[in-house]
Write a protein that binds this ligand. Structure first.
Ligand SMILES: [Zn+2]
Length: 137
């Protein structure tokens, strides 16, 4: 987070206006926001030329905002897909290796790894749709 980003201190009225844009939900994951515990996200980050005007501000739960960081929405989607793929990859890989090393014959291990890499391709093809995009439908 840049210094510029941190310095902005929004008034409660602004926070309410931002939160009202989604009816009280995180603009990205759609999680209900309670007790004003949200971050004001710049849809286009300030470091990429985004403004501090209301039209560029959207409510995000803390988790989504920290993940989004300096990304614009499209970059954030790529980041999320990669993060999911990497997590799935390291998790499943560990178990396939454990299975293959200890309990499987070579052909089973090969089939499993092939099925798994197809699965990773499918994960890479999913469409990530943010809550605020679903709201527009
Ligand atoms: Zn969220």
């Amino acid at each position: 987070m840049s210094e510029e980003h941190k310095k902005v201190d929004y008034k409660k009225a602004t926070r309410k206006k931002v939160l009202d844009k989604t009816g009280g939900y995180c603009a990205y994951c759609g999680k209900r926001i309670f007790d004003y515990s949200f971050h004001i996200d710049h849809i286009i980050p300030v470091c990429q030329g985004g403004s501090n005007e209301l039209e560029n501000l959207i409510p995000a739960c803390i988790r989504c905002n920290l993940r989004k960081g300096m990304y614009d929405p499209d970059e954030f989607k790529v980041f999320l897909k990669n993060q999911i793929k990497n997590k799935v990859h390291s998790y499943i890989n560990e178990y396939i290796l454990m299975l293959a090393g200890n309990y499987l014959n070579k052909d089973n291990a090969k089939d499993l790894i092939e099925a798994y890499s197809n699965f990773l391709d499918v994960v890479g093809e999913v469409d990530i749709v943010f809550y605020y995009e679903r709201m527009e439908d």
